[in-house]
Design a protein. Sequence first.
Lengths: 130, 312
Amino acid sequence: MAERIDLEVPATLNALSTVRMVLGGLGARLDFCLDDLEDLYLATDELLRTALDTDAPDRLSVEVLLDDDALRFTAGTFKSAKLRADVTMHAEDCLDLCMLLRRTVDDVVLEDEDGAYRIVLVKRRKGGPA
Amino acid sequence: MSDPDEPRVNDPLDLEASPGQARASTAEDEDEDEASAHGGPAADAQGRGRDDSEKLDQYLLRRYHLYGDRTAREQLITMYLPLVRSLARRYASRGEHFDDLVQVGAIGLIKAIDRFDLSRGVELTTYATPNIVGEIKRYFRDKGWSVRVPRGLQELNIRLNKVIDELVPKLQRSPTINELAEAANATPEQVLEALESSQAYNSVSLQASPNGGAGEEDAGLIDYLGGEEEAYGAMEDRTTLAPGFAKLDKRERYILHLRFFEGLTQSQIAERVGISQMHVSRLIRRSLEKLREEIGELDNPQIMRPSGDDPE
């Protein structure tokens, strides 16, 4: 049974800690291993930090959907073309945001919505107990 | 009763002898005092001097504890400052001023003198040494946190470090939060809070203990990485000319390389490099932070550009 949690936090670096704590609690409920949880922290941190730099929102809206074995993290909505490019475009041999996300989560999806978009990160349980 | 053959001042039971007659410790005595304190060869060679010193300790301790003689207390402090300096010197290469460490160690010495129990029959050096070292270690532990983190969380953090190191080989995988909580005798919420607070720990220095402790037995991270230099060299050409990476040291670049180019997990990196998973986590976050700052200065949103793609 899927469970959905919505968060709206100030668009500040301090608020990222709150997001991490929520993700940690939900990840623990899914029995994510520490490596997977750390990856989730890195991915969401880097994504939201870049969003703060490029899109300059007043508030950050985050939705977390828990499935049987996956956590689906959605942030947005954003309008910045630069953020979109950072998330989707990767230069070879380059540790950019796009590569970091690919290395830390299983899926990265952009959902277009009335001229804006939301960014979805999916992390599946892998390294924990069978 | 005192032995009539012994000089009166050296008889610890003779409370009538004047502290002013006691042998005063000087800077020249430092090495001798330390050797004496640890029962080293110098002490053996000068067993008589050591016996005298112990008797003097007992005498002064009795003067202080039984009669409230503050002069005796001050004399004990002065006598044992060379021991404090000697112990502080062991920690002097860890980024704190030597004089500060001596001050902190002196607090440990004073606590030892004040709390000394005459009825226990132990020597002051035996009791004072762990007090002094403990005070210095506590100082490092408290100074190691960039923001105020409650002591309980700091201690849970240290416990988690050990628990993770034990569980990874046992489980043959990275542990879950629930497994960590059970092993560390904490709740999952406490574990998450401790992990979050661990990012405030300033242990990313290559000279710092890789496991977050301050024990002298801990080697620096730099010692663990020597064997990795060759492997690192292979990737050096590939990535390090990029903007931002210049701000990282070689080892930080190497750990980022292992994680994001080789695809190793944090636990695997920890095992490869010989440091704790939590330390790897801090190093990665710290390195990304440095890159972000550097790239920000270059007005470039990317964390790192490919080598050869110089914006200049």
